[in-house]
Ligand binder design. Sequence first.
Ligand code: FES
Length: 145
Amino acid sequence: MSDDFDDFARNLQAQIFEETQAAYGAAAFERWLHPLYMGKIDHPDAYARVTGPCRDTMEIFLRFEDGKVAEASFQTDGCGSSAVCGSFAAEMARGKTPDELLDVTGEAILNRLGGLPKEDEHCAHLAGETLQEALTNYMRQQVKR
Ligand code: FES
């Protein structure tokens, strides 16, 4: 009985994984299983928190060194896609100058992922928008100095 149930659960999980990978693509699926760059950075040089139209919130943290992003991370209370997109936003931000960060938009994240299901595209835009907001906050601080 227990073996039957274990087999059932294993098969169900395998089926869910297969369907998720088919719908979201290999890169997003892998990142969903192993989200990188998740968590906050203490005393970041740049930070933003944006709430999307779906009411989920994304936070981006950046630390700069020698004019480039040395460390980037994200936090979200949103869906699995938002975690994947936040993770890629952080990854794509690393090593970039403020100028280069302008290119890390929701569209760029979607391209990096090879697209997402239509209903999840806004998750990439939330991540991109939050990163751009963090950059804007950083630039404002630089002007004040
Ligand atoms: Fe809100 Fe994905 S559903 S960010």
